[in-house]
Write a protein that binds this ligand. Structure first.
Ligand code: NAD
Length: 332
């Protein structure tokens, strides 16, 4: 039923029936790394809940998936508190919605600013803490405030520097992913050994990083692209794009395909370009992210309980025929 035809009670009832279903799917996806429905199905039901809550803000509950980031800490892992939360991203599915995001943002910002366009890597977020240039801790996003201590696991990932080129004390964040070739080879080996296969590279990356035995992680050929910082103060950079270049200088792997956009026309041509390039990339992407480029502006704009106000993801349509979930035996 169109939302305009609902009253508050009907909207509250529908939202109350969507939440437990979505929360169960989230547990399967984030906690078990074993989704039970396609992302498109989750996204559709989630979007309906967002629309209901936007039309009737009084029906929002604290346990609504619209108010929550990610999942919980897996048994066996030590918990890590994120003093600066690790957030999700707002998303849009059309250029018109992206333009609306830009219009809204510019209404709230007095000075002109550029966006940095980045690929949205299909993996899972991780945070790396360095003290005086030395890698001391790695953690997953978890529920945004509390993640999993995966220090031993990240020590086995080649693209993560153990020592930075300058003695910085800094917390750098980014994405851990499994390259397409490593994913295909892993599934081939598992199939040959009569083991269950992973449904997609995102799941394979999450299942491989969230392992209690770091030797398993070491065998899985994971890689990383870093793109964010808990607090930019220790860095020289004062824009998102300069920060990526500084990360490169410090020894991190960054995705080189970022671009500063001076207009929404630039953003749209970036989208078109990478929608075409997507099949040829060595890793999965599920969209692009645009971020207000000045770091002080990012800080001023801040975040809601769930997403930063200075960035948005434009999601691509699913790139392959969806895997029939019932044909896949899930594994972690
Ligand atoms: P998200 O993955 O859509 O976006 C936020 C994340 O994007 C960040 O945490 C970060 O890890 C990642 N990212 C990748 N490249 C980035 C870049 N360049 N800059 C910044 N961030 C970047 O949001 P989410 O809340 O983690 O998850 C929602 C997604 O998970 C949806 O696509 C949804 O379909 C899927 N999901 C599926 C199910 C299911 O049952 N199938 C359940 C829950 C969630």
């Amino acid at each position: 039923k169109p939302i305009s035809e609902l009253d508050a009670t009907a909207a509250a009832n529908e939202a109350a029936s969507l939440r437990p279903k979505l929360n169960q799917w989230r547990r399967d996806y984030y906690d078990e790394d074993a989704p039970n429905v396609e992302d498109a199905v989750y996204d559709r039901e989630y979007a309906r809940l967002v629309a209901l809550e936007q039309a009737f803000p009084a029906i929002v509950t604290p346990d609504s998936p619209t108010q929550l980031v990610g999942g919980t800490v897996k048994a066996g892992f030590t918990k890590v508190q994120h003093p600066i939360p690790m957030l999700s991203l707002g998303d849009v599915f059309s250029q018109a919605e992206l333009q609306e995001f830009d219009d809204r943002l510019r209404q709230n910002v007095d000075e002109p600013f550029d966006y940095n366009c980045e690929l949205k890597i299909d993996g899972l977020a991780l945070s790396l803490r360095y003290e005086n240039g030395k890698l001391v801790q790695g953690s997953t996003r978890g529920n945004g405030s509390i993640g999993e201590d995966i220090t031993k696991n990240i020590m086995t990932i080649e693209s993560i520097p153990h020592q930075l080129s300058r003695p910085l004390t800094v917390e750098v964040r980014g994405e851990c992913y499994m390259p397409k070739a490593a994913f295909a080879a892993l599934n081939e080996r598992r199939e040959a050994a009569g083991e269950s296969v992973f449904a997609n590279p995102r799941n394979a990356a999450a299942g491989s990083l969230r392992q209690l035995d770091p030797k398993v992680t070491a065998e899985r050929q994971l890689s990383t692209f870093m793109y964010n910082v808990a607090d930019y103060e220790p860095l020289k950079a004062r824009t998102q794009s300069d920060m990526l270049t500084e990360f490169d200088d410090l020894g991190f792997a960054i995705n080189p395909d970022f671009k500063v956009a001076h207009s929404m026309a630039d953003v749209f041509s970036y989208i078109d370009h990478y929608q075409n390039e997507r099949p040829d990339l060595a890793y999965g992407i599920d969209g692009i992210v645009i971020k207000a480029n000045p770091l002080p502006l990012q800080r001023d704009l801040g975040a809601t309980v769930k997403v930063p106000r200075w960035a948005i993801a434009f999601k691509f349509p699913p790139d392959e025929q969806p895997t029939l979930l019932e044909d896949v035996e899930w594994t972690v």
